[in-house]
Structure formats: structure tokens, C-alpha cells
Design a protein around this ligand. Structure first.
Ligand code: PA5
Length: 450
């Protein structure tokens, strides 16, 4: 079970003047009301991510069982919620679980990045998974058209078996393509938004392909959902962490740093970054009033960023809440040999595990931050495996909904992203965006850009 250590978030012997515990209980009633609201939305099937652990994965198991054994690599073409979860799970487990197949994610429109990927993979043995809920995102569509064209030309007889598509059940032009070409397809559930979709086909197909145990992932998520099903704040880590972040945000801590002490979990911090930023960063509240809220998520890596960011976190503006992620047991470890026993400069390291040094440094950073009155929490993975990753995902998804509701905004929409998408269509002369195109031309003229 994931451990959630929050003692340095609340006033204690170490943290005298931060958030008094009473403040938490002042919000008890509010959180209870929000809990009722969440339960009602769950019953109305508006928060589909809660129910993903129960969804059948038979179709994925069958697909993997019948997969042409030639495929040893999956190339995901997707962006945002259609890519970050896939990356996070693969990065976390590729070494820890010794995954037999490889995942590569192209989540940009950078031509050099695409060139690098295409030079590095063997197309003969690569299965391409186009993931897009809307089926219209320019980045994903551009990547799809380039890669599908290459495959069609290289494998005219059987390119169809080399492409699968994950998209909306009915809507979107990709459904027509799927029908016409006969591509194998998977579904993004209607009531699950992109950044909450990692435990749907969006993240499960690529995970199962690489060899991740998706049942364990879902079991972990389910267990965390149960752990977070009580309205009692002190019994519910998602509500407690969400509430504390909210209260700190109201106290001017505008930044939330997630700092795993594990390279394997660095992409998980990236997944969190999108979840927190896109869900909570909103101009309007649910009543349409302008509020301009959101806490900026930042990712940092321990120990690497101790030599880059921690100076700022310890002595700079006290505007951050820091969450460490600690791993207790690593699959691979080293004993540091006592190569220079007569030299005090290094002999204290001799015969110690490398992971002991890593976790000692994490604790040292925690102590330094706490002494400087910087609120910090610690999420502890007993080890990196599917179960604990499933727990982590569900914990943060529920926390995000709670915090969104405390902020009185809609954590499920993303109007700012949509307006950027519209501007891109207009700039690229997509049909139907003529009015926006004219506006942009005017904007360019005003800025004297030709
Ligand atoms: O969370 C979200 O909804 C977004 O980040 C989307 O995942 C992202 O914009 C990609 O959208 P789509 O899956 O429709 O291509």
C-alpha cells in the first residue's frame, strides 16, 4: 500500500507556523458536501474514471494473445492525456518489471524528434497506435498521416495490421478511416476525459503490449478508490492532500512541486503536471465568474535537482508545496565499494547501498525544507510495480476532482486548450475556421508580423 506522509504539511514540532491542523477541520463540512456532490456525479456516470477498474479487459487480453509475434515495439501517436499516462507507466516499469516489449511515444510535431524515432525503430516489427479521443488533434493527425503513409508504401499488402486506433466509440473522422481501412480499434469512453483516461484503453492497450500487468494496475486503482471513498478527511488521503493543497494555495503557495527520487518515476510527475495544470487552471468558476485560479505544477528529480532547484525551494520565495516520491526497494541496486578506506572524503560511502544514499538525500532535503518552513509531503512506494502505480493514479485523479470543487471550477474541461487548438486550425487554414483566420491575420498585422 502506498504511504502518504503529511506530517510536514501541518503545524508540528518541526513545522511550527505553517498550516494549523484546526484549519483542516474547519473545512470538514465543506468537504463532506463536496463528497456528496462527487457521489451524485458518480451515480450520474459523469466521473467515468472512478469506474475504470471494473471495466472488462477481455478485448485487450484477446488482442494481445492473438498479436503477430513479429511486433516487439509499439509507437504511440498521441498527445496530452493520450500520451502522458502511457509514457509514465512504461518508464516506471520498463526496468523494474523487465518489460519484454518496447514503447515509443511521439507526442509532438517536432520533425527532428520524428526523424529520430523513425531512425531508431524497425518498422517491420513496430505496431503503431494512434490515440486521440476527439480524432481531430492536429499534432496526432499530422503524425498519423506521415507514419501511415510510410507504412502504406513500405507494406502495401499488410499495412492494415500495423496500425491500431484508439478513439471515440462513434464520433470523429477516424471512425470512418477505421471502417474503410479495417484497422483494429479501441475506445476512449465518453465519460472519461483525456487526462483521466490512462486506466482505459488509452493507457491499457500500450501497457498490456509492453508486458505490464494491467489487472494489477486496476487492482491498485480500485484499492485506492476504496481507501478514498470516505468523506472523513483524515481517513481519505486524496481528500486530505487535495484540501491541504487548496488551503496552501489560498495562503499564497501557487506552486506544487512533485519530486520523485527515482528516474523511473520522473514521467509520472509529468503525468501529474498535466492533470493538475489542465484540470485546475481556469479563468471562470462554475457560475461563469472570472476567477483565474490554479496552482502551477512543477516537476523536479531527486537527487539531480538538489543541485539545481532545491536552493530556490529552500531559500527562495515560500510559495511552494513540495511532494517527494520515495521508493523503498529498488529492483536493481549497488553496494558502493570502499575503494579508498583511508580517505574520510569518501569512505563514509563505502559498503553502503546506492539506494540508501538516495533515500538519505531525500530525507536530508525534507529536513532542510522543513527547517526553512517549506511545506512538504512524501508519497512512499514500497516498490515500483503495477499495483502501487494504479494506487497513485487513482489517488491523484480523486484529489484533483476534490481540489477543483474546492476551487469551485470545473476540473473536467479545458477551454484554454481548445482555444489554442482552434487558433492552430485557423492558422493552418482548416475549413470552417475562416473567421478565426481573419482575426489572426489582423493580429499578425497589428504585431507587424508578416
Ligand atoms: O486531457 C485532455 O483532454 C487533453 O489533454 C487531451 O488529452 C489532448 O488535448 C489530446 O486530445 P485528443 O485525445 O482528443 O487528441
Amino acid at each position: 500500500m502506498l504511504k502518504y506522509e503529511y506530517h510536514n504539511l501541518l503545524a508540528s514540532k518541526q513545522m511550527l507556523s505553517i498550516l494549523p491542523k484546526d484549519k483542516i477541520f474547519d473545512s470538514e463540512h465543506q468537504v463532506k458536501n463536496i463528497h456528496e456532490e462527487i457521489m451524485a456525479e458518480r451515480r450520474a456516470k459523469l466521473l467515468g474514471f472512478y469506474d475504470l477498474p471494473e471495466n472488462s479487459t477481455r478485448h485487450i487480453d484477446d488482442f494481445i494473445a492473438n498479436l503477430d509475434p513479429v511486433f516487439d515495439t509499439m509507437l504511440v501517436l498521441g498527445i496530452g492525456g493520450s500520451a502522458l499516462g502511457n509514457k509514465a507507466l512504461y518508464s516506471a516499469l520498463k526496468t523494474e518489471a523487465e518489460l519484454p516489449r518496447k514503447l515509443v511515444v511521439y507526442d509532438n510535431v517536432d520533425p527532428v524528434f520524428l526523424y529520430e524515432i523513425l531512425s531508431q525503430i524497425n518498422l517491420e516489427t513496430t505496431l503503431v497506435n494512434v490515440i486521440t479521443k476527439s480524432g481531430t488533434t492536429a499534432e496526432t493527425m499530422a503524425g498519423y498521416m506521415i507514419v501511415a503513409d510510410i507504412l502504406k508504401r513500405k507494406f502495401p499488402k499488410d499495412y492494415q495490421k500495423r496500425i491500431i486506433v484508439t478513439t471515440d466509440k462513434e464520433r470523429g473522422f477516424l471512425r470512418q478511416v477505421i471502417k474503410k481501412e479495417g484497422y483494429k480499434s479501441f475506445t476512449v469512453p465518453d465519460n472519461v476525459g483525456g487526462r483521466f483516461s490512462v486506466l482505459s484503453d488509452v493507457g491499457l492497450v500500450s501497457s498490456a503490449f509492453t508486458g505490464i500487468n494491467i489487472q494489477e494496475l486496476l487492482s491498485g486503482a480500485k484499492a485506492m478508490r476504496e481507501r478514498c471513498s470516505e468523506p472523513d478527511i483524515m481517513e481519505n488521503p486524496a481528500y486530505l492532500n487535495g484540501l491541504i493543497h487548496f488551503l496552501y494555495y489560498r495562503l499564497g503557495k501557487n506552486i506544487s512541486v512533485m519530486m520523485p527520487y527515482s528516474n523511473s518515476l520522473y514521467d509520472l510527475a509529468d503525468w501529474y503536471r498535466q492533470l493538475w495544470a489542465e484540470s485546475l487552471g481556469k479563468r471562470k468558476d462554475i457560475k461563469g465568474r472570472e476567477v483565474y485560479v490554479g496552482q502551477t505544477p512543477v516537476k523536479a528529480l531527486g537527487t539531480t535537482d538538489q543541485h539545481s532547484q532545491v536552493q530556490l525551494y529552500t531559500e527562495g520565495p515560500n510559495d511552494k508545496v513540495i511532494t517527494f516520491i520515495t521508493v523503498e526497494n529498488f529492483k536493481h541496486d549497488y553496494i558502493i565499494p570502499n575503494l579508498h578506506p583511508d580517505h574520510e572524503e569518501v569512505n563514509y560511502l563505502g559498503n553502503r547501498k546506492l539506494s540508501d544514499l538516495l533515500n538519505a538525500e531525500r530525507l536530508a532535503t525534507e529536513i532542510a525544507l522543513s527547517k526553512a518552513m517549506r511545506p512538504n509531503a512524501n508519497i512512499v512506494f514500497p516498490q515500483i510495480d503495477e499495483y502501487h502505480l494504479g494506487e497513485f493514479i487513482m489517488l491523484y485523479e480523486i484529489q484533483t476532482i476534490l481540489t477543483g470543487k474546492l476551487l469551485r471550477i470545473n476540473p473536467l474541461d479545458q477551454p484554454g486548450v481548445e482555444s489554442g487548438k482552434i487558433a492552430t486550425y485557423a492558422l493552418m487554414n482548416k475549413k470552417g475556421y475562416e473567421k478565426e483566420h481573419a482575426e489572426i491575420e489582423k493580429y499578425k498585422q497589428d504585431r507587424d508580423i508578416t
